[in-house]
Design a protein around this ligand. Structure first.
Ligand SMILES: [Zn+2]
Ligand SMILES: [Zn+2]
Length: 287
Protein backbone atom coordinates (compact mmCIF):
# COMPACT_ATOMS: atom_id res chain seq x y z
CA UNK A 1 0.00 0.00 0.00
CA UNK A 2 1.33 3.39 -0.99
CA UNK A 3 1.24 6.86 0.45
CA UNK A 4 -1.33 9.62 0.19
CA UNK A 5 -1.61 13.42 0.16
CA UNK A 6 -5.00 14.83 1.04
CA UNK A 7 -4.51 18.56 0.59
CA UNK A 8 -3.56 19.80 -2.88
CA UNK A 9 -4.27 22.82 -5.07
CA UNK A 10 -4.49 23.16 -8.85
CA UNK A 11 -4.99 25.95 -11.37
CA UNK A 12 -8.71 25.77 -10.50
CA UNK A 13 -7.71 27.97 -7.53
CA UNK A 14 -4.21 29.26 -6.77
CA UNK A 15 -2.15 26.24 -7.72
CA UNK A 16 0.34 26.18 -10.57
CA UNK A 17 -0.30 22.72 -12.03
CA UNK A 18 -3.45 21.83 -13.93
CA UNK A 19 -5.45 18.99 -12.36
CA UNK A 20 -4.03 16.46 -14.87
CA UNK A 21 -0.49 17.70 -14.34
CA UNK A 22 -0.91 17.42 -10.59
CA UNK A 23 -2.22 13.86 -10.81
CA UNK A 24 0.60 12.86 -13.18
CA UNK A 25 3.11 14.42 -10.79
CA UNK A 26 1.58 12.48 -7.90
CA UNK A 27 1.95 9.29 -9.92
CA UNK A 28 5.58 10.10 -10.72
CA UNK A 29 6.18 10.58 -6.97
CA UNK A 30 4.66 7.18 -6.27
CA UNK A 31 1.52 8.35 -4.47
CA UNK A 32 -1.44 6.02 -4.40
CA UNK A 33 -4.18 8.46 -3.51
CA UNK A 34 -4.53 12.26 -3.63
CA UNK A 35 -7.30 14.72 -2.81
CA UNK A 36 -7.84 17.81 -4.95
CA UNK A 37 -8.88 20.50 -2.48
CA UNK A 38 -8.99 23.83 -4.28
CA UNK A 39 -10.12 26.98 -2.50
CA UNK A 40 -13.91 27.35 -2.72
CA UNK A 41 -14.24 25.41 -5.97
CA UNK A 42 -14.62 21.87 -7.28
CA UNK A 43 -13.87 22.93 -10.85
CA UNK A 44 -10.62 20.93 -11.02
CA UNK A 45 -12.07 17.64 -9.75
CA UNK A 46 -13.57 16.25 -12.93
CA UNK A 47 -10.33 16.58 -14.91
CA UNK A 48 -8.29 15.19 -12.03
CA UNK A 49 -10.62 12.22 -11.65
CA UNK A 50 -10.41 11.20 -15.29
CA UNK A 51 -6.64 11.59 -15.41
CA UNK A 52 -6.39 9.53 -12.23
CA UNK A 53 -8.50 6.81 -13.77
CA UNK A 54 -6.37 6.85 -16.90
CA UNK A 55 -3.01 6.48 -15.16
CA UNK A 56 -4.03 4.60 -12.02
CA UNK A 57 -3.99 7.12 -9.18
CA UNK A 58 -6.95 7.37 -6.83
CA UNK A 59 -8.26 10.94 -6.92
CA UNK A 60 -10.56 12.09 -4.14
CA UNK A 61 -12.84 14.94 -5.20
CA UNK A 62 -12.55 17.59 -2.51
CA UNK A 63 -12.63 21.26 -1.65
CA UNK A 64 -11.21 23.73 0.87
CA UNK A 65 -13.77 26.28 2.05
CA UNK A 66 -12.76 29.49 3.83
CA UNK A 67 -15.25 29.94 6.64
CA UNK A 68 -16.05 32.99 8.72
CA UNK A 69 -13.89 32.96 11.82
CA UNK A 70 -11.89 35.19 14.07
CA UNK A 71 -9.28 35.89 15.33
CA UNK A 72 -7.50 33.40 13.03
CA UNK A 73 -8.64 31.84 9.80
CA UNK A 74 -10.69 28.69 9.39
CA UNK A 75 -10.45 26.43 6.39
CA UNK A 76 -12.72 23.42 6.08
CA UNK A 77 -11.81 20.52 3.83
CA UNK A 78 -14.48 18.39 2.19
CA UNK A 79 -13.54 14.90 0.94
CA UNK A 80 -15.33 12.44 -1.35
CA UNK A 81 -17.82 15.02 -2.55
CA UNK A 82 -20.52 14.17 -5.04
CA UNK A 83 -19.38 16.94 -7.38
CA UNK A 84 -22.63 16.84 -9.35
CA UNK A 85 -24.77 17.38 -6.29
CA UNK A 86 -27.18 20.25 -7.10
CA UNK A 87 -27.14 21.83 -3.62
CA UNK A 88 -23.33 21.89 -3.49
CA UNK A 89 -23.15 23.45 -6.94
CA UNK A 90 -25.82 26.00 -6.12
CA UNK A 91 -23.96 27.07 -2.94
CA UNK A 92 -20.65 27.41 -4.77
CA UNK A 93 -22.28 29.50 -7.51
CA UNK A 94 -23.80 31.68 -4.80
CA UNK A 95 -20.34 32.11 -3.28
CA UNK A 96 -18.86 33.10 -6.65
CA UNK A 97 -21.57 35.67 -7.20
CA UNK A 98 -21.13 37.15 -3.74
CA UNK A 99 -17.36 37.31 -4.23
CA UNK A 100 -17.76 38.85 -7.70
CA UNK A 101 -19.62 41.78 -6.17
CA UNK A 102 -16.65 42.62 -3.98
CA UNK A 103 -14.35 44.10 -6.63
CA UNK A 104 -16.87 46.46 -8.25
CA UNK A 105 -17.78 47.61 -4.70
CA UNK A 106 -14.14 48.43 -3.98
CA UNK A 107 -13.90 50.36 -7.27
CA UNK A 108 -16.97 52.33 -6.28
CA UNK A 109 -15.52 53.16 -2.87
CA UNK A 110 -12.25 54.31 -4.42
CA UNK A 111 -14.07 56.52 -6.92
CA UNK A 112 -16.04 58.09 -4.09
CA UNK A 113 -12.71 58.82 -2.43
CA UNK A 114 -11.74 60.74 -5.54
CA UNK A 115 -9.51 58.06 -7.04
CA UNK A 116 -9.79 57.74 -10.79
CA UNK A 117 -10.01 53.98 -11.37
CA UNK A 118 -12.28 51.67 -13.37
CA UNK A 119 -13.15 48.01 -12.94
CA UNK A 120 -11.83 47.33 -16.46
CA UNK A 121 -8.39 48.58 -15.43
CA UNK A 122 -8.30 46.21 -12.47
CA UNK A 123 -9.43 43.26 -14.58
CA UNK A 124 -6.74 44.10 -17.11
CA UNK A 125 -4.12 44.23 -14.34
CA UNK A 126 -5.14 40.71 -13.27
CA UNK A 127 -4.23 39.36 -16.69
CA UNK A 128 -7.50 37.47 -16.91
CA UNK A 129 -7.10 35.50 -13.68
CA UNK A 130 -8.88 35.91 -10.35
CA UNK A 131 -9.05 39.61 -9.43
CA UNK A 132 -7.72 40.55 -6.02
CA UNK A 133 -6.45 43.50 -4.03
CA UNK A 134 -2.87 43.26 -5.38
CA UNK A 135 -4.29 44.13 -8.82
CA UNK A 136 -5.99 47.19 -7.35
CA UNK A 137 -2.66 48.19 -5.81
CA UNK A 138 -0.90 47.80 -9.18
CA UNK A 139 -3.41 50.07 -10.90
CA UNK A 140 -3.13 52.68 -8.13
CA UNK A 141 0.64 52.58 -8.43
CA UNK A 142 0.64 52.73 -12.21
CA UNK A 143 -1.70 55.73 -12.19
CA UNK A 144 0.45 57.40 -9.54
CA UNK A 145 -2.28 57.62 -6.90
CA UNK A 146 0.24 56.08 -4.52
CA UNK A 147 4.02 55.90 -4.45
CA UNK A 148 4.29 52.27 -3.45
CA UNK A 149 2.41 49.00 -3.40
CA UNK A 150 2.43 49.11 0.39
CA UNK A 151 0.96 52.62 0.44
CA UNK A 152 -1.95 51.40 -1.69
CA UNK A 153 -2.76 48.83 0.98
CA UNK A 154 -2.15 51.15 3.94
CA UNK A 155 -4.21 54.05 2.61
CA UNK A 156 -6.97 52.24 0.76
CA UNK A 157 -7.00 48.46 0.60
CA UNK A 158 -6.08 46.84 3.90
CA UNK A 159 -8.77 45.58 6.27
CA UNK A 160 -10.38 48.59 7.89
CA UNK A 161 -9.04 51.04 5.25
CA UNK A 162 -11.62 53.26 3.48
CA UNK A 163 -11.87 51.26 0.24
CA UNK A 164 -11.84 47.82 1.89
CA UNK A 165 -14.81 45.51 1.42
CA UNK A 166 -15.09 42.28 3.39
CA UNK A 167 -14.82 39.07 1.43
CA UNK A 168 -18.01 37.05 1.61
CA UNK A 169 -17.60 33.84 3.60
CA UNK A 170 -19.91 31.03 4.62
CA UNK A 171 -20.17 30.19 8.29
CA UNK A 172 -18.63 26.87 9.34
CA UNK A 173 -22.14 25.55 9.86
CA UNK A 174 -23.17 26.41 6.31
CA UNK A 175 -19.97 24.96 4.83
CA UNK A 176 -20.25 21.68 6.78
CA UNK A 177 -23.91 21.45 5.88
CA UNK A 178 -23.40 21.55 2.13
CA UNK A 179 -20.32 19.29 2.34
CA UNK A 180 -22.39 16.70 4.21
CA UNK A 181 -25.39 17.13 1.93
CA UNK A 182 -23.11 16.38 -1.02
CA UNK A 183 -22.06 13.12 0.71
CA UNK A 184 -18.70 14.54 1.68
CA UNK A 185 -16.68 14.29 4.87
CA UNK A 186 -15.86 17.61 6.57
CA UNK A 187 -12.45 18.08 8.17
CA UNK A 188 -10.97 21.18 9.77
CA UNK A 189 -7.75 22.12 7.94
CA UNK A 190 -4.46 23.12 9.60
CA UNK A 191 -5.89 23.95 13.07
CA UNK A 192 -2.74 25.96 13.83
CA UNK A 193 -4.25 28.88 11.86
CA UNK A 194 -7.42 29.01 13.98
CA UNK A 195 -5.73 31.39 16.41
CA UNK A 196 -7.06 29.55 19.44
CA UNK A 197 -5.55 30.24 22.81
CA UNK A 198 -4.51 26.95 24.30
CA UNK A 199 -5.93 23.45 24.17
CA UNK A 200 -9.27 24.06 25.89
CA UNK A 201 -10.27 26.92 23.65
CA UNK A 202 -9.42 24.77 20.63
CA UNK A 203 -11.36 21.83 22.04
CA UNK A 204 -14.40 24.00 22.65
CA UNK A 205 -14.31 25.21 19.06
CA UNK A 206 -13.86 21.69 17.70
CA UNK A 207 -16.85 20.50 19.74
CA UNK A 208 -18.96 23.23 18.21
CA UNK A 209 -17.79 22.19 14.76
CA UNK A 210 -18.65 18.56 15.53
CA UNK A 211 -22.20 19.66 16.34
CA UNK A 212 -22.23 21.36 12.96
CA UNK A 213 -21.17 18.17 11.16
CA UNK A 214 -17.36 18.04 11.41
CA UNK A 215 -15.88 14.53 11.18
CA UNK A 216 -12.13 14.99 11.22
CA UNK A 217 -9.02 17.04 11.90
CA UNK A 218 -6.10 17.65 9.57
CA UNK A 219 -3.42 16.53 11.99
CA UNK A 220 -0.48 16.16 9.59
CA UNK A 221 0.51 19.40 7.91
CA UNK A 222 3.92 20.87 7.04
CA UNK A 223 3.48 23.86 9.37
CA UNK A 224 2.55 21.73 12.37
CA UNK A 225 5.28 21.11 14.92
CA UNK A 226 5.67 17.70 16.52
CA UNK A 227 3.87 19.14 19.57
CA UNK A 228 1.00 20.38 17.38
CA UNK A 229 0.65 16.95 15.78
CA UNK A 230 0.52 15.28 19.19
CA UNK A 231 -2.05 17.80 20.43
CA UNK A 232 -4.35 17.48 17.41
CA UNK A 233 -4.05 13.71 17.47
CA UNK A 234 -5.14 13.62 21.11
CA UNK A 235 -8.02 15.91 20.30
CA UNK A 236 -9.12 13.65 17.43
CA UNK A 237 -8.85 10.53 19.57
CA UNK A 238 -10.76 12.07 22.47
CA UNK A 239 -13.70 12.89 20.24
CA UNK A 240 -13.64 9.98 17.81
CA UNK A 241 -12.63 12.18 14.90
CA UNK A 242 -10.78 11.17 11.76
CA UNK A 243 -7.13 12.03 11.39
CA UNK A 244 -6.12 13.35 7.96
CA UNK A 245 -3.07 15.03 6.51
CA UNK A 246 -1.71 16.74 3.47
CA UNK A 247 0.99 19.07 2.24
CA UNK A 248 -1.09 21.96 0.84
CA UNK A 249 1.16 21.71 -2.20
CA UNK A 250 0.48 24.49 -4.70
CA UNK A 251 2.68 23.20 -7.50
CA UNK A 252 5.84 25.08 -6.74
CA UNK A 253 8.89 24.23 -4.72
CA UNK A 254 8.22 26.70 -1.94
CA UNK A 255 10.78 26.36 0.87
CA UNK A 256 11.47 22.87 -0.32
CA UNK A 257 7.88 21.74 0.13
CA UNK A 258 6.89 18.91 -2.18
CA UNK A 259 3.85 16.76 -2.85
CA UNK A 260 3.43 13.71 -0.60
CA UNK A 261 6.39 14.45 1.65
CA UNK A 262 6.02 18.10 2.63
CA UNK A 263 9.47 19.18 3.75
CA UNK A 264 10.65 15.62 3.68
CA UNK A 265 9.15 14.39 6.92
CA UNK A 266 5.69 13.28 5.81
CA UNK A 267 4.64 9.76 4.95
CA UNK A 268 0.90 9.39 5.17
CA UNK A 269 -0.35 5.81 4.96
CA UNK A 270 -3.31 4.69 2.88
CA UNK A 271 -5.20 3.76 6.05
CA UNK A 272 -6.13 7.48 6.33
CA UNK A 273 -8.16 7.11 3.14
CA UNK A 274 -9.68 3.82 4.29
CA UNK A 275 -10.82 5.45 7.52
CA UNK A 276 -12.36 8.32 5.57
CA UNK A 277 -14.28 5.84 3.42
CA UNK A 278 -15.51 3.92 6.46
CA UNK A 279 -16.79 7.03 8.20
CA UNK A 280 -18.38 8.26 5.01
CA UNK A 281 -20.29 5.06 4.29
CA UNK A 282 -21.34 4.85 7.93
CA UNK A 283 -22.84 8.35 7.82
CA UNK A 284 -24.46 7.75 4.45
CA UNK A 285 -26.18 4.59 5.64
CA UNK A 286 -27.26 6.38 8.81
CA UNK A 287 -29.27 8.96 6.90
ZN1 LIG B 1 -5.88 26.42 4.01
ZN1 LIG C 1 -4.93 24.62 1.07
Amino acid sequence: MGYVDLHLHTTASDGVLSPSELVRYAKAKGLQSVAITDHDTIEGCEEGLSEGERIGVEVIPGIEISAEHSPGSMHILGFFLDIHHPFLNERLKYLQRARAERNPKMVEKLRRLGVDITFEEVVKASGGGQVGRPHFANVLLEKKHVRSFQEAFDRFLKKGAPAYVDKFRFTSKEALHFINEAKGVGVVAHPNTLGMNGYWELEKLVLRLVEEGLQGIEVYYPEHSAADVAKYKTLAERHGLLVTGGTDYHGMEKNGLDIGVGRGEMKLPYSIVENLKTVRSRSLSGR
